[in-house]
Structure formats: C-alpha cells, structure tokens
Design a protein around this ligand. Structure first.
Ligand code: CA
Length: 228
C-alpha cells in the first residue's frame, strides 16, 4: 500500500513517515503544496494524508486539482482545531475523511485502513475469499481458520491481491505499491515471493488461489465471501 503524506510541519511529517512505514506502508512525503500536488498526480499512490494549511498551494486547491485530473484515490485531510469550515470545504472538494489536529496515530491508521478497504469495495475489516481470510487490522492471515505465518512482504502482496480479488494486477503495479524506490525491483524477487505465498496458502495444491496470467500479472482467483 503506497501512501502520500503532504504536511509542512517537519516534526509531524517525520512522525507520520516513521509510523506509516512501521505499519507496512510504502511512504512518499511532500513538505509543501507544490510538491504534494506533483506527487499526487505523478506517483502510483493508493491513499493520501493531506494537511490543509500548506505553503505555496493550499490543501484545498491540491485536492481540487487532483480530482480535476481524474485522481480518485481516497484522501484524508488534516484540519486545525476549531476550523469546521475547513472540513466542509475539504469534503466538498473531494476528501473522503478528515482528522482534527492533534490526533492519535492509532485513529489515523484505522481510518486509512478503512478508506483503502472501502475504495476497493470491501466493508468488513476481515477480507474473506473461500478458506482464506486476511485481517487488515491485525494483519493475521488464516487458512481454514488456522494461522498462516507470513513475512511482512508476503502479507503486503497478499493484501493487495485480495483487496483486488478477481482483477488482474500487473507485476509493475505490485512492485510500485509494495516497494520503496531504493529497494530492489527485480521481478524475480516477486516471483519467488509469490511462489512462497502459494506454498503457504495452498500446501495441498488444491486451491490455486493466485493465478499467473502470462505477460499480464497475477489474479487472486478465489471469490469474495458475499458477507464481506
Ligand atoms: Ca500546516
């Protein structure tokens, strides 16, 4: 999951970067409005945290420009205490949620998870497809109600594939959303990782949860539980 943070206060920005990385996100951070606008248009981000009070270009203007250029990722705006007009303006400019400063990091993380899930069409926190379930809150994965031990990267890949269950996800999309710029983007690494995921999720080779579509990418093949 790739998140963009647009926040001019250095300390808060650094704190957000650290906490979101720790929570497993790939993070891009912008310190002013101009940079934030550019990153949101050019980078393959999944979700943005946008401060409204920014130098150079205001958060509201950035949001309008993103929406005008067809960028539809969910946006959570950060507003100053006591400025309720900002929330209304932000929501009307295309924000999906807001938090008033100061806020608890746990609340921000929970809201981001909910926004990502809902934008992919899921309402419950636990994604269920056949015998496989993935809890986006605790990051626990189960197969036939038994825990499956995944590495952080295996979890990220599976979460992305399950969020988009039934859809083809290209290798480049997976690497862009799951790795930081400086990490290796060798597609062999991804193939090895998918291979390990398959063995862990399908030890008897009866399910075939992750399909390879030659030249196109991967597809999580099991259907979503209609309850989720
Ligand atoms: Ca600010």
């Amino acid at each position: 999951m790739r998140v963009l943070i647009v926040e001019d206060e250095l300390q808060l920005r650094q704190h957000l970067v650290d906490q979101l990385r720790r929570a497993g996100y790939v993070v891009d951070a912008a310190a002013d409005g101009e940079e934030g606008l550019y990153f949101g248009v050019e980078y393959p981000i999944d979700i943005a945290v946008l401060d409204l009070g920014l130098p150079r270009i205001s958060g509201i203007d950035i949001l309008r420009r993103w929406r005008e250029t067809g960028r539809s990722f969910p946006v959570l705006i950060l507003t100053a205490r006591g400025r309720w007009q900002e929330k209304v303006e932000g929501l009307e400019a295309g924000a999906d949620d807001y938090l008033v400063k100061p806020f608890q990091m746990e609340e921000l993380l929970a809201r981001l998870r909910a926004l990502v899930r809902r934008s992919a069409g899921w309402s419950a926190t636990v994604l269920r497809c056949g015998p496989i379930s993935l809890d986006t809150g605790t990051q626990q994965v189960q197969l036939h109600a038994q825990p499956v031990d995944l590495t952080a990267y295996e979890y990220r890949v599976l979460e992305h594939l399950m969020l988009h269950a039934g859809q083809v996800v290209s290798k480049s999309e997976l690497t862009e959303h799951l790795y930081d710029e400086d990490l290796e983007r060798d597609s062999n690494v991804l193939e090895v990782l998918i291979g390990r995921l398959r063995r862990k999720l399908d030890p008897t080779r009866a399910l075939n949860p992750i399909e390879t579509l030659r030249g196109r990418g991967y597809r999580f093949r099991l259907e979503r539980d209609p309850q989720t």
